[in-house]
Design a binder for this molecule. Sequence first.
Ligand SMILES: [Zn+2]
Length: 111
Amino acid sequence: MNQQFDELIFQVEHIVPKKHHGPTESGNLALACFACNNHKGTNLTGIDPEGGGVVRLFNPRRDNWEDHFEWEGALLLGRTPVGRATIDVLAINLDYRCALREALIEEGVFP
Ligand SMILES: [Zn+2]
């Protein structure tokens, strides 16, 4: 993986992918970085690493971020099955991504 993925400008992604007939309208679109968007792909669900159940992914248009996630330094923690599954599917805590966030924390620009 290339560290520069997280430095690219955001992409407009379909929350419910076009493959699953998600419309191209504001209520179904969100900004996502290249890495998150590409790891999400056409997924609608993931498996909760703690509970093992299949759960839907976080919906940035409907869900409250703080209900599902919290930062522990450079590591993103899931507070709910939805949060944990989303972190897993989007590979948000891959080593290179945490290393980039640690560098940003040292610069005082993250979170
Ligand atoms: Zn991202």
